[in-house]
Design a protein around this ligand. Sequence first.
Ligand code: ATP
Ligand code: MG
Length: 424
Amino acid sequence: MGGREKLYEDLHFPYCDDVVKYEKLDKIGQGTFGEVFRARNRKTRKIVALKKVLMENEKEGFPITALREIKILQQLKHDNIVKLNEICRTKPSACNKFRSTFYLVFDFCEHDLAGLLSNYNVKFSLGEIKKVMQQLLEGLYYIHSSKILHRDMKAANVLITKSGVLKLADFGLARAFSHRNGQPNRYTNRVVTLWYRPPELLLGERNYGPAIDVWGAGCIMAEMWTRTPIMQDKFIQPSKSKEVMNLIFQGSTEQHQLNLISQLCGSITPDVWPGVENLPFFSSMELARNHKRKVKERLKTYVRDPYACDLIDKMLALDPSKRIDSDTALNHDFFWSDPLPCDLGKMLSHHQHSMFEFLAPPRRGRQQQQQQVQQGSNVTTASGSAAATSALQQQQQSSRRGAQQRSSASASVASMSSCPERIF
Ligand SMILES: Nc1ncnc2c1ncn2[C@@H]1O[C@H](COP(=O)(O)OP(=O)(O)OP(=O)(O)O)[C@@H](O)[C@H]1O
Ligand SMILES: [Mg+2]
């Protein structure tokens, strides 16, 4: 054993239990930063979600992104924010080349919003949509008041328990923000999944704030009715053929995203957004002219409620300084008119199985992305997950992508080495 390995073996992590205290049940998520599993505490039988910290590309020890996520999650305590219970790890041994794998252990939520929206048997009433949005905005209001930006708002990062409590999750890109007495901040603008990325980030703004999360929340709110992300070709240009789309889509993906935003929210000009001309990419991007704002007009076929249309319109204001904030949004008539927000528990009780984006049929052209991620990933699933009776697998069986996942999961079970610690 080399000196470094010996050092690892001797290291003690008094606050990190061995992850063998959990029995891995199913894989429920595959993110940029690792895999997520449903697991059961062997002693208490409590079900949790284990998020594996991806260490493969790390040369400098524990990844800084995961450290940041943990630090922020430890700080946040709110009913609408996912709860981090503890960090666990595998024991270093010859089997894992003396490198521990770390897991974030969360309270388990039965669904994510992307999974729910991709299942057309899940029907939200207006009161239930109000409840979803109210909880989402409560969560945002709390993190923004705690001076945290989420920076990855999207339906897959919104979890919902079987009793209907919404939890904002995935703080992997989150960061603290501050106003440095008039001095502009220089945060990275390469954050937020493209379809939910606001125009100021696409134009290179580095001095941004909570309004970036409100834009994402506005996209999610519209999605509650459209059931598909709104800032994508499929929604904005449904009549255009693939060939025409390829012609339009000549620039960068960011350029294309700005085109889509302009088509829905109107042209980006200093008239509607004073100061936009000073943003880094304002001159280098081709900004479509003469587009009228069509948010309400375009959405009204889906969103019959005029208060809802009005709130979405305000959340999708191009100029971040004019965009409604989460506090004002919570006071909007949408939440205070009939039908009032109502509990989701009853509706969800009709659906016995969990719904996650990872297990759902593709609804957003993400299949290719997902396959790429899977090719590079080393799936290790406990043989216990082969329990064909699991409700999660029932959902997998009913979906095209699910079938793929199942075969890749069983392949990895078959290829597991005899080393018991490979289970985790
Ligand atoms: N506590 C939880 N309970 C149930 N499911 C969860 C939980 N945490 C995460 N998931 C599921 O795992 C998925 C991926 O988790 P998360 O978003 O935290 O990881 P990520 O690697 O940052 O993902 P991405 O990069 O795709 O955004 C979520 O979309 C959700 O479906
Ligand atoms: Mg995520």
